[in-house]
Design a protein around this ligand. Structure first.
Ligand SMILES: C[S@@+](CC[C@H](N)C(=O)[O-])C[C@H]1O[C@@H](n2cnc3c(N)ncnc32)[C@H](O)[C@@H]1O
Length: 505
């Protein structure tokens, strides 16, 4: 799907900086929740992965016969029956049919179907032909780190063969697109594309040229929402109030990863070292998100001296104990492997128990707000109240208290890393309101809480839901988050009625 219209920027302009390249900067004060960018994608398509439908990105597989696969009647490439007439597939369909290139569907051991890697770059190239002005003005200036990508010889060579040479050779496009242009498009996608989800939850990647100008910060000040039911329009909003002259920033990395992991991801995929306040601070803004417990004394914490130096030393805050970064990273990878095994288990009571066991085991090694602990706690929040044996109606007060406690711990770090409007925070706030309400009600019934205290607790749950609704009201109403926002609003209104009913009791 290619859009001819250019996007809109509000209260902001492009600035060029020697460090960041182009960036967007506010021209006026912007209120929390205000839209600063609104645009349609230049092009979108599948991300690198297994075989998917080229219309809706639903995973597809060969049948037991090893042959049958949902395919396009015209070109033979993967397409589910619901997408047979989808316009997004028209461009490549014509090319594949005319060149008579068949879809072989080989999937590597890494689960990747390399033949599909050409689809999204090809859609960008076709959008360039369809909208040369938008390409020239918005897409051609996008950064693509040619030199750094060439230095990574294996990946460069794989892209060259699987995408550039495949399109120019078997697909017979050599006269339309040069090798250099195709590799530029591959780089533009790698450095700038966003991943999104369809209403059915299937992943895709899309190129939004104005939103792509934003620079990165590990504590972002804007939140992006993609609207599948509005032709995949993106809207970028201020997460917090912004002053004039402030750089608009979002996070290219997962904010709930620790500094070492974020740095690795930014370096490998975006080719820069982030030196934001959070990255430079060993305590990650006082959260202790990468902090270990000292193994030599009772109360000390182990912090690195310089998070941006891979040879940094780690030192105890109380005793003289020191160790190398290599030793810490080794310990971390052992823990991470154990965590990954548990996280690979299906959601169940057994996985819940294993998660609690891991948390207990690493309590003596990691800070309670260490990113690994927080990640396990996020898993628990999802499981308490949902998995068999731990359904909400069955949870005893002690487990409701546990759910409330871990929600509050995760919110403590999210309030620092994603201040203001944050979808992740909104989801946890929704989870938090349930134990607050159930504990208040059971306390009241047991006679432990009086009417005033019950009202106070219900008002707290209303405030929690209000913050959740204020964020999720901006999401596509048909998306998972949009629907959760509506459910939260109903729950909030019901609670408000309950509180009104308590007046004068
Ligand atoms: C998505 S692009 C952003 C727009 C880009 N500056 C341009 O002119 O097209 C990402 C690239 O911008 C630069 N960049 C973004 N945020 C940065 C940061 N916090 N520190 C250093 N460079 C950054 C890096 O070169 C990165 O690969």
């Amino acid at each position: 799907m290619a859009a001819a219209a250019t996007g809109k920027m509000f209260k902001s302009r492009i600035e060029i900086d020697p460090r960041y390249g182009r960036s967007l900067v506010t021209t006026d004060a912007v209120n929390k929740g205000e839209v600063v960018v609104d645009e349609l994608p230049f092009a979108m398509g599948p991300k690198s992965g297994g075989i998917v439908c080229l219309g809706c990105y639903m995973p597809l597989a060969f049948g037991k016969d090893g042959d049958s696969l949902d395919r396009c009647d015209t070109c033979d490439w993967p397409l589910c029956s619901a997408c047979l007439d989808t316009p997004v597939h028209e461009g490549e369909c014509k090319i594949f049919a005319e060149a008579n290139v068949r879809f072989a569907g080989n999937v590597g051991e890494d689960g990747i179907c390399a033949q599909l890697d050409c689809i999204t770059p090809l859609r960008v190239l076709l959008a360039k032909e369809a909208n040369p002005e938008r390409w020239e003005k918005e897409v051609a200036p996008m950064e693509y780190h040619d030199k750094e990508r060439r230095a990574n010889a294996d990946i460069w060579h794989a892209d060259l063969v699987n995408i550039a040479q495949y399109l120019r050779g078997p697909c017979k496009l050599a006269e339309r697109f040069s090798e250099e242009l195709i590799m530029q498009v591959v780089g533009i996608l790698e450095v700038n594309a966003f991943e999104g989800r369809t209403l059915q939850g299937h992943s895709f990647r899309a190129l939004y040229p104005i939103t792509g100008i934003l620079s990165h910060n590990c504590v972002p000040n804007t939140m992006r929402s993609i609207y599948p039911s509005e032709d995949y329009r993106i809207r970028l909003r201020a997460m917090v109030d912004l002053e004039p002259g402030q750089q608009l920033q979002h996070s290219y990395s997962y904010t709930l990863n620790g500094t070492a992991q974020r740095q690795e991801h930014l370096k490998a995929g975006k080719y820069f070292t982030c030196d934001c306040k959070r990255c430079k601070d060993p305590t990650e803004l006082g959260t202790n998100f990468s902090t270990f417990k000292c193994s030599k004394c009772e109360d000390g914490w182990l912090l690195c001296r310089d998070p941006l130096d891979t040879n940094t030393e780690w030192k105890c805050t109380l005793c003289e104990f020191k160790t190398s970064n290599a030793a810490v990273q080794k310990a971390l990878s052992v823990i991470q492997a154990e965590v990954a095994d548990v996280q690979a288990m299906p959601m169940s009571g057994e996985r819940l128990q294993e998660t609690e066991t891991l948390l207990k085991k690493y309590r003596v090694v990691l800070h309670p707000l260490h990113n690994i602990q927080i990640s396990l706690k996020q898993n628990l929040i999802e499981m308490y109240g949902r998995v068999q044996g731990y359904e909400m109606v069955e949870l005893p007060d002690v487990l409701l208290e546990r759910k409330e406690e871990i929600c509050r711990q995760v919110l403590r770090v999210l309030n620092v890393f994603e201040p203001g409007l944050s979808r992740t925070k909104a989801t946890i706030l929704y989870e938090l309101h349930v134990p607050i309400v159930l504990l208040a009600k059971s306390g009241f019934i047991a006679g432990v809480l009086g009417g005033d205290k019950l009202k106070e607790k219900l008002e707290e749950a209303i405030a929690v839901l209000k913050e959740c609704v204020d964020t999720l009201q901006h999401e596509d109403q048909q998306s998972h988050e949009g629907v959760l926002g509506l459910v939260a609003k109903q729950a909030m209104e019901q609670l408000m009625q309950s509180v009104e009913g308590l007046e004068g009791v």
